[in-house]
Design a protein. Sequence first.
Length: 77
Amino acid sequence: MREELIRWMRSGRVTELMYVDRHGVFTKRRVKLIKIQGQHVIAWDYSKHAKRTFCIDQVLACLPAIDRRKSRMEEIS
């Protein structure tokens, strides 16, 4: 997962990050990856409007975020 996070961070794209939080709750966040520091990834969380730190071992998937506004505009055209 670490290599995949590095790849997405280098791309500079907004990413959908899926992970299990410390309480065992599955969560999906829309983030921009900033840096990897040890066993953690630091990212800007768009829903919280703040930097957040995620444990790499708890990240389940990292996918490109879909720009929903763009998709709707394409449907209309």
